[in-house]
Design a protein around this ligand. Structure first.
Ligand SMILES: [Zn+2]
Length: 308
């Protein structure tokens, strides 16, 4: 019994003298070396390879996890922690956070931090009309290639500002053609204005309640805005063939003296729908469109919103 214990002790002593314990590291099915201290090594991975900045990094991990196996190897065997770290660097996957500035839901630029995004948006909001700036937003987005996508703050501000200005111009243009929420996207007829709103002419006993646009007989007349045909047919009060479109919100448009009518009462139309053709029916001295805009039954100058 004693002899067995002594023999085991002797063998152990020889083993310790000749061998040392190390961790063999395997990545996938590839042995990549030895490390002395697994705990220290994993700390090194965490500190040297993985990015842990909570502000800018969503997640950082090693895609292929290293496997460790405790082994006794000859004392002469070298460990190679640095080399293993280099090898493992290739399998690190870091997802970065960045922030997209959006205009009407479309991304204009990416900036690095939420703070930058907020300053940029606040700056723009102070400069432009609310109808447009309410369309500017910020979204957090994730990427592996932040450097390629992020724009330096000043450049992002300039280019987003340019886009916002374009939208502002479009919006102002649209507002100049909008009455009580009705957007007159279309001129009914392209032509020369032969009589303006409010003018007095020998043919009338009262002032002109619309505008006249001279155009050849048969020239198409288009709906000025979206709406529903209120009536379409001969009017014996002087308008001749007349189309009336109800645009909602108390707004109507009148198209008089038509030679032909292409729509029927109750039909929905959009801005640009062909509704009639220019003529000289009713009380008229030549081919033209008599165009009116009425708000709650009262004619207003169409040139405030169309042909302006
Ligand atoms: Zn007229």
């Amino acid at each position: 019994m004693n002899i067995v214990v002594i023999a085991l002790f002797a063998i152990t002593m020889i083993a310790i003298a000749k061998y040392k314990p190390v961790y063999k590291v395997t990545l996938g099915d590839q042995e990549i070396g030895y490390v002395t201290n697994r705990f220290e090594f994993e700390k090194k991975i965490n500190n040297d390879l993985l990015e842990n900045d909570e502000e800018t990094v969503l997640s950082s991990e090693i895609e292929v996890k290293p496997q460790y196996e405790l082994k006794l190897v000859a004392h002469s065997t070298q460990t190679n922690e640095e080399e293993i770290l280099d090898t493992m660097e290739a399998s690190v996957k870091t997802i970065y956070k960045m922030y997209a500035i959006t205009l009407d839901g479309e991304i204009t630029e990416y900036v690095e931090t939420l703070e930058e995004a907020e300053i940029l948006v606040e700056t723009l909001k102070g400069q432009y009309i609310e109808e447009v700036t309410s369309k500017i937003g910020i979204t957090e987005v994730y990427t592996e290639n932040k450097e390629e996508q992020v724009t330096e703050y000043m450049l992002a501000k300039v280019s987003t500002g340019d886009l916002v200005r374009e939208v502002v111009q479009e919006e102002e243009e649209k507002q100049s053609h909008t009455l009580n929420g009705v957007y007159f996207a279309n001129k009914p007829v392209t032509g020369r204005i032969s009589s303006r709103f409010g003018s007095k002419e020998s043919i009338r006993t009262h002032t002109h309640k619309g505008i006249d646009i001279a155009a050849p007989n048969g020239t198409p007349i288009y709906a000025a805005a979206d709406g529903v045909i209120k009536s379409a047919g001969m009017n014996y009060g002087g308008y001749g063939n007349l189309v009336i479109i109800d645009h909602g919100n108390g707004i109507e448009t009148y198209y008089g003296h038509c030679s032909k009518i292409y729509v029927k009462a109750g039909q929905s139309v959009t801005a640009g729908t062909k509704i009639a053709a220019v003529g000289s029916t009713g009380r008229s001295t030549g081919n033209h469109l008599h165009f009116e805009i009425r708000q709650n039954g009262t004619q207003i100058n169409p040139q405030k919103y169309v042909y302006n």
